[in-house]
Ligand binder design. Structure first.
Ligand code: NDP
Length: 240
């Protein structure tokens, strides 16, 4: 039986590429999303992958959704914590709300979803978890104190949880993408983007598929000796 893989934020951007790559790898994929019903509908129509709408920052909503997915599709054995947001501002303008939103959505979601699938993975002695961090969690970024803190937190979260999972057949890894051509990056002003690309040794932005291939690699059944690691996929921009 195909293992069930949940990809949060899995119906557009990097998440959509991850969902499709895992489907290609033979997983039974389900995607989650926050509110973009149109993208979800089009994605399901194109790929056959079911989408579930819930807020990954809200534990109660996650709990309800995980129950529903497991009842309808099966036990979640592969989890990709990909959903994320930015609310950029320098410290002078960074409100408490912007801080909380980014921490809760990017980092709090990793707790929520790992917590909810952990017991099942323990019982079955199998699990593959990948958390999507960021180059800006490794290197920091001007105007992204909230985002850099959340993504940096993901890297610590990954290493700690990997230690708990190691004897249970559960691997926990992270991927730190560099700048990838998605809506999130298209929101960056063109002059700033040009300067960013000039600093990428590979000479281009990443593609969502570059990240998706890394997720498929880390979540393969046979890949049970890589855990607690962060795979940087960034065109050589930051060697960590
Ligand atoms: P997008 O903005 O293109 O997509 C974000 C996805 O997350 C959407 O599916 C969105 O759902 C979902 N989402 C956002 N907030 C929530 C929420 N509260 N609950 C549930 N789902 C939510 O992002 P990218 O594809 O660019 O980024 C994907 C991941 O990669 C993020 O974690 C990001 O931080 C990280 N990353 C991206 C980089 C880049 O260059 N793009 C670089 C480094 C890291 P909906 O469509 O309904 O809004």
């Amino acid at each position: 039986m195909a293992r069930v893989a949940l990809v949060t934020g899995g119906q557009r951007g990097i998440g959509a590429a991850i969902s499709e790559e895992l489907q290609k790898a033979g997983r039974k994929v389900v995607a989650s999303y926050a509110g973009n019903d149109e993208a979800a509908r089009a994605f399901t129509e194109r790929t056959g992958i079911s989408c579930y709408k819930f807020n990954v920052a809200d534990f109660a909503q996650c709990e309800e959704a995980i129950k529903k997915i497991q009842a309808e599709v099966g036990p979640i054995e592969v989890l990709v914590n990909n959903a994320g947001i930015t609310r950029d501002a320098t410290m002078k303008r960074l409100s408490r709300q912007m801080w909380d939103d980014v921490i809760d959505t990017n980092l709090g979601s990793c707790y929520n979803l790992c917590k909810l699938v952990w017991d099942g993975m323990n019982e079955r002695k199998f699990g593959r978890i990948v958390n999507i961090g960021s180059i800006n969690g490794q290197a920091g970024q001007y105007g992204q104190v909230n985002y850099a803190a959340a993504k940096s937190g993901i890297h610590g979260f990954t290493k700690a949880l990997a230690q708990e999972g190691a004897r249970l057949g559960i691997t926990v890894n992270a991927i730190a993408p560099g700048y990838v051509d998605t809506e999130m990056v298209r929101a960056v002003p063109p002059d700033v983007l040009e300067k960013i690309v000039a600093r990428i040794p590979r000479g281009r932005l990443g593609k969502a598929e570059d990240i998706a291939r890394g997720v498929a690699f880390l979540t393969a059944d046979e890949n049970d000796f890589i855990t607690g690691s962060t795979l940087s996929i960034n065109g050589g921009q930051h060697m960590y």
